[in-house]
Design a protein around this ligand. Structure first.
Ligand SMILES: Nc1ncnc2c1ncn2[C@@H]1O[C@H](COP(=O)(O)OP(=O)(O)OP(=O)(O)O)[C@@H](O)[C@H]1O
Length: 257
């Protein structure tokens, strides 16, 4: 059964059709990239999947259940987690306390997270294990503000994982991360347990082709093509989108001169 599936999904903002007729399937254990030019509708699609936006058309299924009408918090509690394009961390907290807070949030103790401090050994143990998996254990007690940006983005993934999701949606996890750190960030994503399905938006094609097992190309709100990295790499329609139509028109114009 597909982990997440949309059918005919679309949203309009006034007269503007931002996402249209999207059939997207995320298989269990997927490492799937969502690519497309600026303004193609990638973040809007993620916002539809997580329930931030209600679609104007179509449906969304998670593990076969129709979740189209579910609010965002119910989707999150049922195993759908995301990260954002921008940094959403508390700079004064340490990674360890940030993850412990997220674990308490999951357990429904968000407002009293500081109180059972000494009694929450299990949360601390779990937080240490999670930070270890994301190669952040050596930095567990360093204030977030002092971490390299790539480490901060890894911590955001750790916070999403603290909810124990089965589906993880990553909106440009490497945005703003220097090139020498982005490889490590994607190594960690690739090593996530196979029972977590991952859909990630990424503009850096080197990272996309290195880490995605499947690629969906969104153009002007619609899926242009979907396939393996080899299929996408050789697809003339994708090349055209990424080369830029003006470039191709220019070549055609030039041939007539
Ligand atoms: N709440 C909104 N109201 C009106 N228009 C919106 C809204 N959200 C997004 N849009 C428009 O929808 C289009 C798609 O935006 P979106 O951010 O989803 O694109 P994107 O593919 O994620 O782009 P980028 O790669 O630049 O992040 C844009 O033209 C944007 O202005």
């Amino acid at each position: 059964m597909t982990a997440l599936q949309t059918q005919g999904l679309g949203i309009r903002f006034g007269n503007f059709q931002a996402v249209a007729d999207v059939d997207l399937a995320l298989e269990p254990g997927a490492r799937q990239a969502l690519i497309g030019p600026n303004g193609a509708g990638k973040t809007t699609l993620i916002n539809l999947l997580t329930g931030i936006y209600q679609p104007s058309a179509g449906s969304i299924r998670m593990d076969g259940r129709d979740i189209t009408a579910w609010p965002a918090d119910r989707r999150a509690r049922s195993g759908l987690a995301r990260t954002f394009q921008i940094n959403t961390l508390f700079p004064g907290l340490t990674p360890l306390l940030s993850v412990v807070l997220a674990i308490h949030e999951r357990e429904g103790q968000g407002a009293t997270w500081w109180r059972p401090y000494s009694r929450s050994t299990a949360a601390f143990d779990e937080a240490h294990a999670l930070l270890g998996r994301l190669r952040l254990d050596a930095l567990a007690n360093v204030p977030v503000a002092e971490l390299a940006y790539g480490k901060q983005r890894l911590l955001e993934i750790a916070l999403a994982l603290a909810a124990r999701p089965r589906i993880l949606l990553l909106d440009e996890p490497a945005a703003g991360v220097p090139e020498d750190e982005s490889g490590e960030l994607f190594d960690v994503i690739a090593e996530l347990p196979e029972d977590i399905s991952v859909l990630f938006i990424e503009h850096d094609m080197k990272l996309v082709f290195r880490f995605a097992r499947r690629i969906s190309v969104l153009v002007a709100g619609r899926i242009l093509v979907e396939g393996s990295p080899a299929e996408i790499g050789h697809d003339p329609r994708v090349r055209e989108v990424y080369l830029g139509k003006t470039h191709i028109h220019l070549r055609r114009e030039a041939a007539h001169v």
